[in-house]
Design a protein around this ligand. Structure first.
Ligand code: ADP
Length: 455
């Protein structure tokens, strides 16, 4: 069931229950009033007759005649006067007796002084009436035709009013909830249009500050994030294919030249060397991409253990120097290490080594002297590693973008690369709850500062 119908039905049911209680109270209080009033009237009529009978000594037959022709008589009025010994002194109707007083009834009236009861549709009263120090029992019955008719009219009016009010409430509730939920329907229509290829569409946030507007704003924010990550993915894939295409195209070109005509062994040797160089570049690129994928994993899937950073840096230096014998890497301890914990972190050795390799490698390759220095220090919470060089530096315009995947600065012609290293390093450091910052001056040098929480 739609929420609109549900709300309307709930609202209508609530209103119906309240209205029903209200109608019942009105009806029953009216019915009670009418009954009380009529008992009073019956009593009054009966007393008047008894007074005429006992006080004015009017003959019963005359009394019967007077009342038969009186306009003031009640419909089907039947008054009877008894003494307490159940002797009938007077009875209105000569032939019909609907109340049918009994000894028991007379005794009850004597005991209770007044009783009210019904004889089929007749309303009846019986009461003890003292006259001249003697008690008489008077009964009176009549039908309240007017009162009952009015009550009947009231019942019909309330019933019609109730039905009309409920119908109107349902209609108004339905229209109102439709209007109130219209933004949701519009949202649903709009959301239907949003697909992966139309992620730029947004739902209307309206002008209000209600829950629906809040929902729309939150939904739009989620779409912003989705669109950004879709765009980043798309960009990433196109960058990867571009980076892969270049060395592959070079290899193909070189092989095509070799295939055209016979070559001297020296030429073949040179070609093989070039192709090997391109193949190495491809391997480096695919390794970098693999590492990037690893660093993007869920943290829970990466194995963390205690790692001593000074030892890891010495390892890294060795590995960098092995593949680049012309590089120089200095490692400086700025403070004396009193405890192992000050220099140890919980981390993934492989990933941290990848990050440090990138920073050392960049320092060397972007410097004329091919040298990079790593200064190790620590304070109360963090280990601080400063990777500096006195190389060509990074222009202020590039600084903001160098951590973006595949971004290469204006100085890229100076050294080979794919623009993956720094984004990968940044990811790895953040994965370890650390921070990475950079300070650089063109032609003076660059310092990357890594801070990692120690044990
Ligand atoms: P790559 O080194 O493959 O170009 P990185 O992601 O490692 O990619 O670096 C991105 C860019 O940042 C580089 O292209 C370069 O412009 C700049 N950069 C990084 N490290 C240095 C450095 N030590 N000195 C000068 N520029 C640097």
């Amino acid at each position: 069931m739609k929420i609109r119908l549900k709300l309307t039905l709930l609202f209508t049911a609530l209103f119906a229950a309240l209205l029903l209680v209200f109608c019942l109270v009105i009806y029953f209080s009216n019915a009670r009033d009418r009954e009380d009033q009529y008992f009073k009237r019956l009593r009054q009529q009966a007393i008047t007759k008894t007074n005429l009978l006992l006080g004015a000594k009017v003959q019963p037959t005359v009394l019967q005649l007077i009342y038969k022709n009186s306009l003031n008589s009640l419909p089907q009025e039947e008054v009877a006067v008894y003494d307490t010994a159940f002797h009938l002194l007077y009875h209105d109707a000569v032939y019909i007796d609907r109340v049918k007083e009994t000894r028991g009834m007379i005794d009850t009236i004597v005991r209770q002084h007044e009783i009210h009861f019904y004889v089929q549709d007749l309303q009846a009263i019986g009461f003890l009436y003292p006259y001249n120090s003697k008690d008489y029992v008077v009964t009176a019955a009549a039908k309240d035709i007017d009162g009952l008719a009015k009550l009947h009219d009231l019942r019909i009016a309330l019933l019609i009013g109730f039905i009309v009010a409920i119908l109107l409430t349902f209609l108004a509730g339905y229209l109102f909830s439709r209007q109130a939920l219209q933004p949701v329907s519009q949202m649903v229509d709009k959301v239907e249009e949003i697909t992966a290829s139309h992620l730029d569409l947004r739902i209307s946030e309206g002008r209000g500050k209600d829950e629906i507007a809040e929902l729309a704003i939150t939904f739009n924010r989620m779409l912003d994030r989705l669109e950004n990550s879709f765009e980043a993915q798309r960009q990433f894939v196109s960058n990867i294919s571009h980076e892969l295409r270049t060395p592959l195209a070079t290899i193909i070109g070189e092989l095509e030249i070799a295939a055209k005509k016979g070559r001297t062994p020296a030429e073949y040797e040179e070609l093989t060397r070039l192709i090997l160089q391109d193949a190495h570049r491809l391997v480096k690129l695919s390794n970098g991409l693999l590492d990037l994928a690893k660093a993007s994993y869920d943290k829970a899937e990466i194995a963390f253990k205690e790692v001593r950073l000074d030892e890891l840096l010495l390892d890294t230096r060795q590995a960098v120097l092995k593949s680049n014998p012309d590089y120089g890497v200095n490692i400086i301890f700025e403070r004396e290490i009193e405890e192992d914990d000050f220099i140890s972190v919980r981390g993934n050795e492989y990933l941290l080594k990848v990050a440090f390799t990138n920073l050392i490698d960049n320092g060397c390759k972007f410097s004329d002297d091919r040298e990079s220095t790593v200064a190790i220090s620590f304070h109360a919470k963090n280990v601080i590693l400063r990777f500096s060089d006195t190389g060509i530096g990074i222009s202020p315009e590039d600084i903001a973008s160098i951590f973006t995947p595949f971004y290469r600065g204006a100085n890229k012609k100076y050294a080979e690369g794919h623009g993956i290293g720094l984004s990968l390093t940044d990811k790895i450091i953040h994965l370890h709850q650390g921070s990475l910052s950079v300070a650089s001056r063109v032609s003076e040098g660059t310092t990357f500062t890594v801070e990692l929480p120690h044990l």
